[in-house]
Design a protein around this ligand. Sequence first.
Ligand code: C5P
Length: 306
Amino acid sequence: MSPSVTVRVPAKVNVQLAVGGVRPDGFHDLANVFLAVGLYDEVTVTPAGELRVTCSGPDAAQVPLDASNLAARAALALAARHGREANVHIHIDKDIPVAGGMAGGSADGAGALLACDALWGTGASREELLGICAELGSDVPFSLAGGAALGRGRGEILAPLPVGGTFHWVFAVADGGLSTPAVYAECDRLREVSGQGSSVTDVPEPEPSPALLDALRTGDAAALAAAVTNDLQPAAVSLRPSLTATLDAGTGAGALAALVSGSGPTTAFLVRDEEEGTKVADALRASGTCRSVRVAAGAVAGATVR
Ligand code: C5P
């Protein structure tokens, strides 16, 4: 039997996503407070004649299996740096909602990178791996790191954050995805329409909320609920107005906070404890305002070899 390596990688929710103006390179400066939550993709790499990607799981049909897949790009990037062929079969067992704002694609990139490093005995340093992650995408370094972190720059410059307790979440998965670039472009458009302007010279530099960082540090769910914000939420709701009904259904069922997860369209509901989570999850299922409902808690560890 060929040796293989499996890496488990968590999803994320952004508890604060403060978006600055659009930069000359087209990206936006962020103050992005990430929390890793316990929904996982598993990425398995096995030696093969050539690079190929397969995927299993309920939403597998929506996952691109060509060179645009971040897992394939991760294998190619690591192989190129170490002067070898990326001749592996990458299998993704997908449980993170696809195109939902929970960093499922980024998780697969980070997972494939760590798995190939272990399979090939590359011995890349943590810094090298994080550097490759940053080239792959803005959220990929956090998928490797996990826990909780403040992401500056376009989200790739990470500072770990202390978390003093477990936060319980319910996630409502919408029908279909939302394109991240389209949501950022809509955020810019809404800022232009409001007369604010959308460039780095118009929009104040994004800053993390001290109250939110305190709530994370002390593990206080009610305080965190009062502090969560997502500057992309108006844009996601503008592109997908039905999200309002989902957010209202979760709030009506007693969630402490309701917000769009990242660029959406998955919505995230912070709840007091596991029991409350079951209630909110049942109510969301019964509301008919979403395709499926998941519960998860965080913070959890980042990409880990099994
Ligand atoms: O880095 P990533 O490939 O995930 O970014 C996808 C797209 O999201 C970018 O091409 C850009 O349109 C948008 N984006 C942004 N500012 C960020 C992160 C992403 O405008 N900080």
